[in-house]
Design a protein around this ligand. Structure first.
Ligand code: SF4
Length: 352
């Protein structure tokens, strides 16, 4: 198996059959090896610095009904909320004082969060924090809307494709949602000029090794600047309540594969990974991740943004827990960077 890992580091890609072997025959020793290789690549590109992003969960209303998601429209058991402009700006103020230079506005596809309203929020943040990056994660929108937000000052957009396989996509989403449309949105975002993030849930119901290979090859072609890889975690109020978690091991394997293929990509150690295992964040970093996204949302609302069971939002997952996060990072030889942490094209020159 090591020859495929060495080849992946060298050539940044493999044949489908080689990926298949890596994904099906990875034992503990192989996993340690690929994680180590990916960590070395990450250290070469970013040093021991971990970028922090302040996550602001702006609304838990959503018009969609994705089968895996705790804030889906069909869940009658959650209390819905939508943050006011004032509250969002308060989160930014608190985050800025703590050293955050990226704000991530994340929410469901909330019809109440109109384009005008989002644009006004982006303009206000851009005016008050000209040195900060604004990342949006608000789902699928028309091209013109993405363009409008970009012109208002947003720099980055996160939109995980979740699975590139259309049949698998239809197992995770209701019929009115389409894989093709999601992929088109990603292409639009790149064309407009956003630093674009995509990614998948590892171990989602119905996912096969073939699907994962298709995801790897799709991401290789799309070349997103950010790649989000987290385990599937069920939520008790969804149709997938009884499905098992994705595993830490497979998540770490995929994270390392993506790091070796995309040395300069911004790859978070996700909250889902930190929720699944107490040392998940650290293990993610040791497998090649270089970003963490502590939660800056108002304390009262965090519990209401429960995408999956027991989602971590306190301690080192929270903005106010930055000192704890710093300690945890130090214990594995890393430190927080308060740079904006944009994707750097020039790094591509050094990737040979
Ligand atoms: S995954 Fe996103 S689009 Fe789907 S229901 Fe949840 S918030 Fe809405």
């Amino acid at each position: 198996m090591r020859q495929w890992i060495d080849k992946l580091r060298q050539e940044k890609t493999l044949q489908s059959e080689e990926f298949r072997q890596l994904l099906t025959k990875c034992d503990a020793e192989t996993l340690r090896h690929i994680n180590k290789q990916a960590q070395e690549v990450s250290l070469q590109h970013f040093g021991n610095k971990i970028y922090i992003r302040g996550l602001i969960e702006v609304s838990n209303y959503c018009r969609n009904n994705c089968f895996y998601c705790g804030i889906r429209k069909g869940n009658p058991h959650i209390k819905r909320y939508r943050l006011s402009m004032e509250s969002i700006l308060d989160c930014c103020k608190e985050g800025y004082a703590l050293g955050f230079r990226t704000f991530v506005l994340q929410g469901g596809e909330d019809p109440g969060l109109t384009d005008d309203r989002i644009e006004a929020i982006v303009v206000a943040i851009r005016e008050q924090y000209p040195d900060c990056a604004i990342t949006l994660s608000l789902g699928e929108k028309p091209y013109e809307t993405y363009q409008r937000f970009f012109q208002a000052g947003a720099n980055r957009y996160l939109l995980r494709h979740e699975t590139y396989n259309e049949i698998h996509y239809s197992q995770l989403h209701p019929a009115e949602m389409s894989c093709k449309h999601r992929i088109q949105c990603l292409r639009n975002l790149k064309e407009i000029g956003y630093q674009t993030g995509s990614g998948i849930m590892v171990g989602s119901p119905g996912q096969t090794v073939e699907h994962l290979i298709q995801d790897i090859l799709f991401i290789e072609k799309l070349r997103p600047e950010m790649i989000g890889i987290g385990p599937f975690l069920p939520h008790h109020d969804t149709p997938f309540a009884q499905f098992p978690n994705g595993t830490v091991e497979q998540t770490l394997l995929l994270l390392s594969i993506f790091r070796l293929m995309h040395p300069s990509a911004l790859i978070p150690a996700t909250t889902a990974l930190a929720t699944l295992a107490p040392d998940g964040r650290e293990r993610g970093i040791l497998a090649g991740a270089n970003v963490v996204m502590p939660n800056l949302s108002p304390r009262d609302e965090r519990k209401k943004y429960e995408l999956y069971n027991n989602k971590a939002s306190l301690g080192a997952e929270s903005a106010e827990g930055l000192i704890l996060l710093q300690k945890q990072l130090q214990s594995i030889g890393y430190e927080i960077s308060t740079d904006r942490g944009d994707f750097k094209h020039e790094m591509l020159k050094n990737e040979s």
